[in-house]
Design a protein around this ligand. Structure first.
Ligand code: NAD
Length: 437
């Protein structure tokens, strides 16, 4: 559905009027396209002194096509290596490094601060590193003009941050801001032979793929080299077949809650094995709890959570999900913030976060499979087009980028997580929504 306000603010009278009235001034986000695959402009690498990662970072960023500069009048991205920050006085260097450059960062630019996980055995280091989180989340709210800021914690070697930095320092992460992401461990990292087709040779199953976010995920996984098996309810078969034919994939009309769902999935896999499992299918059955019959409660818990657990458990246990495999589940900011009328939906989506955090370390240790989750905010789909106008308008504006996300924003994050580099992370694709922030 067209965002008329965003289109209006892109015009000169729109800019004038919204500035005069103090209204939100979203800028059109510059997303990935074959013509614009990279951020355009300098990447500035700054350091808060004494980092052990500097040489590796220079090599890594050069490999991304952004050989770092030490000065730039108008940088497209600023990476601040704050991994050496170990006590509160060190934080002065964060101010010293970023204060002079923050104003000059280009529209749609990026700030990525690199830190290390807070150390439970060193409360001075923990205070200083945790301070970076509050700093980055606040900066993300200040930047405006489509510019984003995130914190990447690197517990091990800088090389574990390759896929994460590739994502954050590209137009693919346009709607991701104010996030804290931990890279590694080493076992979660798989650097593909060709970063232009990082999923080449991999088979992916996407549930709920007939439309919306699932269709966009299928598009991006295929762009990135995967073969896709696309699942959706039999009632959506027409749309599902259209998507599968367009992408050279396999259509699997199937209700994910069916008793024989896993058998049917395995039978549909071209080689019997699976590398990427995207749990995207989801439903809402909104009512306040006082008015909610048990069938509406159960339907949402069954599709959004129970079926995710059942299929994940079986595909892992049987080894169908091969070593090196990746699971990406779909949570929601409603599961983080809560939402009136969505006790069932929010419960199911919070359950996804719990499942991901608990299973991910064991899935990696026992099966060599990572598990992460995306938590979309307000994304323009049929689901959100059904939201009443005023609430829809509020949903679009109440985030640091003052606009809704697009299905492709969730899809880009999913493809990054399907490539590897992180485990047990819950990544919000929400423009730093005020809900649950
Ligand atoms: P959508 O309704 O457009 O698409 C969901 C798809 O899942 C549909 O094609 C539907 O047929 C399929 N599906 C539903 N039940 C199924 C079942 N039992 N078996 C197989 N397929 C089934 O929704 P969307 O907006 O694209 O959302 C995709 C996912 O993202 C959902 O999990 C949703 O909860 C989540 N999400 C969406 C938003 C948003 O703003 N759109 C925000 C947060 C989270």
């Amino acid at each position: 559905m067209a965002d008329r306000y965003l289109n209006f603010t892109a015009t000169a009278p729109g800019r004038f009027l919204t500035r005069r009235l103090g209204l939100p001034q979203p800028v059109k986000l510059r997303r990935w396209s074959p013509e614009h695959p990279r951020l355009e402009g300098d990447l500035l690498l700054l350091t808060t002194g004494g980092s052990r990662h500097t040489d590796d970072l220079v090599e890594l960023l050069t490999g991304l096509g952004h050989p770092p500069a030490t000065t730039s009048a108008h940088p497209a991205a600023v990476v601040l290596d704050a991994t050496a920050v170990a006590c509160v006085p060190d934080l002065t260097e964060v101010h010293t490094a970023l204060h002079p450059v923050v104003r000059s960062i280009a529209d749609n630019g990026r700030v990525v601060v690199l830190g290390t996980p807070p150390d439970p055995d060193d409360h001075h280091q923990a205070a200083a590193q945790q301070a970076l989180e509050g700093f980055v989340r606040s900066l993300a709210k200040e930047l405006g003009r489509g510019r984003t800021a995130s914190l990447v914690r690197i517990p091990g070697p800088a090389a574990t941050a390759a896929s994460t930095l590739r994502f954050l320092l590209s137009p693919k992460s346009a709607y991701v801001t104010g996030q804290v992401i931990e890279t590694g461990p080493d076992a979660a990292v798989r650097d593909p032979a060709d970063w232009n087709r990082p999923l080449a040779g991999r088979t992916a199953l996407v549930t709920g793929a007939a439309r919306g976010i699932g269709e966009a995920v299928a598009d991006v996984l295929v762009r990135d080299g995967a073969h896709v098996v696309l699942l959706d309810v039999p009632a959506a078969q027409h749309d599902l077949t259209r998507v599968a034919d367009r992408l050279g994939g396999t259509a699997l009309p199937l209700d994910i809650t069916a008793d024989d769902a896993v058998d049917r999935i395995v039978a549909a896999l071209p080689t019997g094995g699976l590398d990427i499992l995207v749990h995207n299918a989801g439903i809402t059955r909104d009512r306040r709890l006082a008015n909610m019959p048990r069938d509406r409660w159960n339907a949402v818990l069954d599709v959004n959570l129970a079926a995710v657990l059942t299929t994940t458990d079986t595909l892992l246990r049987t080894g169908v999900l091969r070593p090196g495999g990746r699971i990406v589940a779909t949570s929601s900011i409603a599961g983080i913030a809560g939402n009136a009328g969505q006790t069932n939906y929010a419960a199911s989506k919070a359950g996804i976060a719990g499942l991901t955090r608990s299973l991910a370390p064991r899935a990696l240790a026992e099966h060599g499979v990572t598990m992460n989750a995306v938590a979309p905010g307000f994304i323009e789909t049929k689901m959100t087009a059904a939201v009443p106008l005023l609430i829809r308008e509020a949903g679009r504006r109440m985030n640091s980028l003052a606009q809704a996300g697009l299905p492709v924003d969730v899809a880009e994050a999913t493809s990054w997580l399907a490539t590897g580099g992180v485990n047990a992370q819950l990544i919000r694709i929400c423009g730093q929504s005020l809900l649950g922030a």
